[in-house]
Design a protein around this ligand. Structure first.
Ligand code: KIV
Length: 272
């Protein structure tokens, strides 16, 4: 079924858009260094996120808030050295995009110094203008909606977002406004599966889910969660792929295969 995976062509924004139209599921994981990035790339991950989850799973912080732009650049450089095919997405850290000027400056650094091919920012009231300006400057953007971990102290807890009619409507309106402003990818974290399905049907750009059920265009998980080496309790929407596997390569290939065949996530890993 996978044309792009078989041909081994470099994944671009066009590839991701094409995969949405053909129905080929997009598989993605986070990575923070060249060794893991190479394994993910060879296993067929379509894009690799240098996530600010690095702050929690690698650096040992309790939240993603301490992560800096310099740290994301450092990790993106390493990931870029390990990747031949996957698109490289890098996270904009907390408060690195609180004004349009800072957003442009830091996004440009992630691309020019780090080698990122798309940047990801968490949704907030100011982001429509930012996405429009990034788009004018030729910077591909992934807009992260739903549970936005950088706002943990404002939200008070990591919990499912969009369960009430008003918050669900707002999330859908925001998603479509971000798309209209130029977002190339939407990412939904911890969103009820029916709402994620509705946003996916309405959006022309690919919608990637993490804890957003099976009806989105692709899935992403945090690498250290699926390898069962992240500190703390594993999130309900993630799965230990080392269970019954005898190597990291096999675990990652199993994840990619299950996403491509639509076998992950089942209802057990989704929210209603
Ligand atoms: O930083 C990260 O790993 C993320 C994922 C939760 C998608 O943003």
């Amino acid at each position: 079924m996978s044309t792009h995976t078989e041909q081994g062509q470099k994944v671009t924004t066009l590839t991701l858009r094409h995969m949405k139209t053909t129905g080929e599921k997009i598989a993605s994981l986070t990575a923070y260094d060249a060794a893991f990035a190479r394994v993910l790339d060879q296993a067929g991950c379509d894009f690799i996120l240098v996530g600010d989850s690095v702050g929690m799973v690698v650096q040992g912080h309790a939240t993603t808030i301490p992560v800096t732009v310099d740290e994301i650049i450092y990790h993106t450089k390493m990931v870029a050295r390990g990747v031949a095919r996957a698109l490289i997405m890098a996270d904009m850290p907390f408060m690195s995009y609180h004004t349009v000027d800072d957003c442009l400056h830091n996004a440009a650094r992630l691309m020019k110094e780090g080698g990122a091919e798309m940047i990801k920012l968490e949704w907030g009231a100011l982001q429509i203008d930012m996405v429009a300006r990034l788009t004018e400057c030729g910077i591909p953007v992934c807009a992260h909606l739903g549970l936005t971990p950088q706002a943990i102290h404002k939200m008070g807890a990591y919990r499912v977002q969009g369960r009430e009619d008003a918050t669900a409507k707002k999330m859908k309106d925001d998603a479509l406004a971000l798309e209209a402003a130029g977002a190339d990818v939407l990412l939904l974290e911890c969103v009820p599966m029916d709402l994620a399905a509705e946003i996916t049907r309405a959006a022309r750009v690919p919608v990637i889910g993490i804890g957003a059920g099976p009806a989105v265009d692709g899935q992403i998980l945090v690498l250290y969660d699926i390898l069962d080496i992240a500190p703390g309790k594993r999130t309900r929407f993630s799965r230990n792929y080392m269970h019954d596997r005898d190597s990291i390569h096999a675990a990652i290939e199993t994840f990619v295969g299950e996403v491509k065949r639509g076998e992950f996530p089942t209802a057990e890993y989704a929210f209603s």
